[in-house]
Design a protein around this ligand. Sequence first.
Ligand code: B12
Ligand code: SF4
Length: 466
Amino acid sequence: MQIDQPEVHPSPQSASPEKHLAKLASEQKSRKKWLLVQPTSNTSMMVDSGTVSMPLNLIMVSTLAGELFDVTFIDERIGEKVPRDLSGYDVVAITSRTLNASRAYAIGDAALKQNKTVILGGVHPTMLHEEAREHATSVVYGEIESVWTDLATDVLLGSLKDVYKAETLKPMGTMCRPDFTHALAPKSAKKYSALIPILATKGCPVGCNFCTTPTIYGKSHRSREIELVLDEMRYHQERLGKKNVSFSFMDDNISFKPKFFTELLEEMAKIGVRWNANISMNFLHKPEIAELAGRSGCDLMSIGFESLNPETLKSVHKGSNRLDNYGKVVSNLHKNGVAIQGYFMFGFDNDSEESFQMTYDFIMENQIEFPVFSLVTPFPGTPYFDEMKSRLRHFDWDKYDTYHYMFEPSKMSGEKLLENFVKLQQEVYKGRAIMKRMKGKPLNWVWFVNYMMHRFTKKLKPEMFL
Ligand code: B12
Ligand code: SF4
């Protein structure tokens, strides 16, 4: 299928597309009704259970849609239900990643049957827009902000294209500040984590071959003006009546541009917020960066160590990870009171049974507070998926949650992989191992996470990952 490029609609001669949209919107007899849905997944693992984070992706959709249309926001992960009868809505807009794509498609199909306009967006529909289009009227490729004027205009004109893909990405400074009103309206919103999602940058040019970000946003790395990020933080401080509000950066790689990152942190240090972020290790081995992170209120950094095997790091093009820096990164952050959520992946061709022991030793020696283990999952649309497609055991999207066995690695049988995968998790979350890793750490929610993981990992069995 050809991807339609956004076209400029016939409009009053001199009117810009934005003015044309404003005019059409003001001519609506009554505001169209949009139902926005965050579907849940069928995964049995701890992905959509417990406290979930506020979905910034759908919040950005509701921020834009809410300006022109009436919006109802449903997040199935916090127990809200999509009504069977959709007669109260004109448009059903659904966000989807791979692990919840089958549920997103079921909602899309049900809405199409009731003659609703269905819009699918998010990582999975972006990567597989032809597949997604079978369950929707239109698919949005990538971020909504860059196609919104065309999409909203077409909704108002009642003539939608198959796919909306921006020719150019908008500068982040022109994007609206997220409006949480719709997401926080239902009573069940109290089930969301208290961390406020925020974005300072988008994109990541590192180019790991298993990641969708370089495919969607290419080599671009955009950032907001620092003052806009601080403004948003101050807004939440005022709204909540306290200084130490905790923010969770949703950026792909917030530290990619060191100058921007350090300037942002220097300013954040002045306003007294707390924060955590996903981060790549590119310059975290420098003591002054760790000092600045601690001083600016960082509680936790989520770091993709991915593997202790240099061959594996090379094979996935994770150029930002240098094994000889791993220990330095951890000790620098710890010295400054920053806890570490360390991500480790298994199942690569270069992995052997030894890889598990090496990872265990690294975690224990370095007292990683919150280790997270996953099985390598080639996601559709990534170079890794193309490379591995013929070896994949299934294309059941429900199992693309990074906790399912995807292919047999070349140096180990599938049974050995899963056996060791379960054993490692149980070992690092044993009572004694927790005490050793957490020795001297402040009594806070990280202890609680360890306790939950202790209970969860005890029940794990290799067959649960099949
Ligand atoms: C921060 C983050 C997290 C956070 C927060 C997740 C959350 N609640 O949103 C945490 C750490 C909790 C997390 C968990 C997981 N994550 Co994550 N995460 C990300 C990351 C880095 C940023 C997501 C984000 O919020 N970006 C900011 C928002 C504003 O941008 P956006 O999501 O791209 O949304 C825009 C567009 O997609 C579009 N859009 C989105 N939805 C819709 C809907 C409509 C109708 C329209 C029109 C447009 C539209 O407009 C949005 C606004 O610009 C992405 C990478 C990425 N760039 O997507 C990975 C990513 C989404 N995660 C990924 C994975 C695998 C996971 C986990 C399965 C990991 C795990 N095993 O636990 C879980 C799954 C959680 C879940 N239930 O979905 C994968 C998903 C791959 C895939 N094909 O599905 C990604 C893409 C990273 C990768 N490997 O490539 N994640
Ligand atoms: S460093 Fe992280 S965000 Fe960047 S390409 Fe690699 S996995 Fe994706």
